[in-house]
Design a protein. Structure first.
Length: 644
């Protein structure tokens, strides 16, 4: 689709066999005969050139920018989310990973009605995009429906309808879009919702999350009662009401209390359920709204499927991740200069994606919403790799500070670039009344959770420059940073740690299905092997150690592994839940959207420990929390490793 041939002299990407397989299967275009219609390098050029076409609108240089974008990807410095690879320069043209759609409390009278939104969602799914929905506006199960005198189905019933529908929708591209359903903690049907996935085989196409308010957390701490409420539909004042409890309260509408429960009992229900199988997740709605950049447009009610991206109605976010593993100097320390350069170019790339994304033409609201706020979601992957190279233990206090400094640096340069783009191209159209309104800036300079005590040769950054820049030029993107799970792109780039997660295991055996045959592939962390070699162990000794590690994934119990290596090469199960939460909070301080992170607990964890992690996450300003107690699911639903 208008992409010129790959110019000569550009570097080829170097990939492992597994990466080539995943990439070829998922990203490379195929002809009618099903065979690849482009080489891997041509695939990167297609994406680079298509995205760079946006430059034309701003009198920029398409060809040169395309070459820069190509290098960004082929040197594995930065990857956009998977749909950009499958959609760019193809008839599909849809480039974003995730959307949030509104559901109003009607079957389809309005464009946001239950079945209208289902239709919109199905169309998005066909492009490989995932959807998040808040079901909180739907009237409780059993309330009277005036027009038919029947009884309302309620959020959980409609969630099942959606789930069945999505189960049947053939997915476009090469992936199934995931889904997220959210329900507020004060909705009368919340107890049903919390338990709706108790049976692992029900509602398989959705992640579920409870939207928790500060008031509820206070009620849990103070051990008080908690009302489950919905606007009183018998009141004439509520006749045309279309919103959730929050909106109703803001409008001063009469509310009906359906049930009063002890807050702690309800909290315990969530905790036990999550302890049992990792769901529901928890979303801290008030914290998200305190940082909502565009309160002039909407209140936030839901996130995308994996929880890292809060979005308003019909908004999407095109995600992209800087590969930190490729930002080290010879000695393993951080290459700050390179990180700055990558951040600048990646921010420009994502801003271009907003213009080049075809969205879904049959749902025109998507493009309108995207262009109003121009959200981008720049994040990281391979944080664990960088920490292995730099010799810093993930989870430790030093590790928390290190992660915070990295993310602060990325956020700073991304914002700085967004201001520069505003100067060249204009601010996002909804800036007036937003937190970045140059006439009345309410955005506050982000602060680390604790004062810094380490210096890793990081160049100085001056946040006042950002404040002054916004006052002078505005800013191009209402939101700039998000940390995605990077399920596929971290596999392709060969990161040992996905997104901002610690490594999952230092060595393991992976089962692959090859045309019905179970093929076993063994893996060992290259960074770990390198560290062992440097410490003087022989190849034979290393190979024996790796064999031992295959069992548990960790080296912590192996005396033969030098202590200084054990101190650094930790995996998810070596890190305490509290350390997981503190890492999340340290990163969140410099992510304006949210981040995808799982707090892992060892088998045998008690529900109270899960409850304590929830409370800590809330106190430290996280926007949500997802937990997983090892061994608690029959099927491992959270796929941590992508294979071909
Ligand atoms: O690595 P990749 O770009 O493929 O995606 P990711 O970072 O693992 O996921 C980013 C977002 O894409 C998720 O939070 C979901 O919103 C969406 N997604 C989806 O809808 N369906 C999937 N199968 C995978 C991701």
């Amino acid at each position: 689709l208008g992409i010129p041939p790959l110019p000569e002299g550009l570097p080829s990407i170097s990939l492992t066999d597994n990466s080539i397989q995943v990439l070829t299967k998922r990203y490379v275009r195929r002809g009618e005969n099903g065979e690849p219609a482009e080489t891997i390098d041509e695939m990167f050029w297609r994406v680079a050139y298509h995205v760079a076409l946006a430059e034309e609108m701003y009198n920029g240089q398409v060809e040169n920018t395309a070459k820069d974008f190509y290098q960004l990807m082929s040197l594995k410095l930065f990857f956009p989310n998977s749909p950009t690879f499958t959609g760019a320069g193809t008839p599909l043209g849809q480039l974003a990973a995730c959307f949030v759609l509104p559901i109003s409390d009607d079957m389809g009278k309005k464009s946001t009605g239950i079945f209208q939104t289902l239709r919109d969602a199905a169309l998005i799914q066909q492009t490989g995009g995932g959807n998040g929905f808040s079901f909180s506006r739907l009237r409780p199960k059993g309330t009277i429906v005036k027009s038919s005198s029947g009884q309302a189905t309620g959020p959980v019933g409609f969630l099942r309808v959606y789930d069945h529908a999505f189960g049947e929708v053939a997915q476009g591209g090469s992936r199934r879009g995931a889904n997220m359903a959210t329900l507020r903690i004060d909705h009368p049907d919340i107890e049903d919702f919390i338990c709706c996935k108790t049976n692992e085989n029900s509602i398989t196409n959705f992640n579920i999350s409870v939207g928790i308010t500060d008031e509820f957390m206070q009620a849990v701490i103070n051990d008080t009662d908690w009302d489950l409420v919905y606007p009183d539909l018998t009141s004439p004042l509520c006749k045309d009401f279309d919103g959730d409890a929050d909106t109703a309260r803001r409008k001063g509408l009469p509310m009906k209390v359906f049930k009063t429960v002890r807050a702690r009992d309800l909290f315990q229900k969530i905790v036990e359920q999550a302890h049992h199988n990792g769901e529901p997740g928890v979303l801290f709605i008030d914290q998200a709204n305190r940082y909502n950049p565009v309160p002039n447009l909407y209140q936030l009610e839901s996130t995308n499927p994996c929880g890292e991206q809060w979005l308003g109605p019909y908004e999407n976010c095109c995600l992209g991740s800087i590969n930190l593993a490729q930002h080290t100097l010879e000695d393993g320390s951080v290459d700050w200069k390179k990180l700055e350069k990558t951040t600048i170019l990646a921010t420009r790339f994502l801003d271009d994606v907003i213009d080049m994304n075809a969205y879904v033409p049959a749902v025109p609201q998507l493009e309108i919403a995207a262009h109003k706020a121009r959200r981008i979601g720049l994040g990281i992957m391979g944080l664990a790799d960088l920490m292995f190279s730099a010799g810093i233990r993930y989870g430790s206090e030093t590790g928390q500070e290190f992660a915070s400094q990295i993310m602060e640096f990325v956020r700073f340069h991304s914002m700085k670039t967004s201001i520069q783009l505003a100067k060249e191209r204009g601010s996002f159209p909804a800036i007036s009344g937003s937190i970045y309104d140059p006439e009345k800036i309410t955005w506050e300079i982000p602060q680390p959770l604790k004062p810094y005590t380490h210096h890793w040769n990081r160049p100085d950054i001056d946040w006042n420059e950002i404040l002054q820049g916004i006052a002078k030029n505005g800013i191009r993107n209402a939101a700039q940073t998000t940390i995605a799970p990077t399920g596929t792109i971290a596999t392709v780039t060969g990161c040992e740690g996905y997104g901002c997660e610690p490594a999952f295991a230092l060595a393991y055996i992976r089962h692959m299905n090859d045309n019905g045959k179970d093929v076993q592939l063994s893996y060992a962390s290259p960074l770990f092997e390198k560290a062992l070699l440097r410490s003087g162990l022989t190849a034979q000794e290393i190979s024996e150690l790796v064999d031992l590690i295959m069992e548990s994934g960790t080296c912590q119990n192996l005396e033969k592994v030098p202590q200084n290596i054990r101190d650094v090469f930790v995996v998810s199960s070596d890190i305490s839940a509290e350390e997981h939460v503190r890492m999340q909070a340290a990163l969140q301080a410099f992510v304006d959207n949210s981040l995808s992170k799982t707090v892992n607990f060892p088998a045998g964890t008690k529900p109270d420990e899960v409850a304590a992690a929830y409370q800590l996450a809330w106190e430290l300003g996280c926007k949500g929390i997802t937990v997983y107690v090892t061994g608690s699911r029959e099927k491992v639903v959270l796929e941590t490793r992508s294979t071909a």
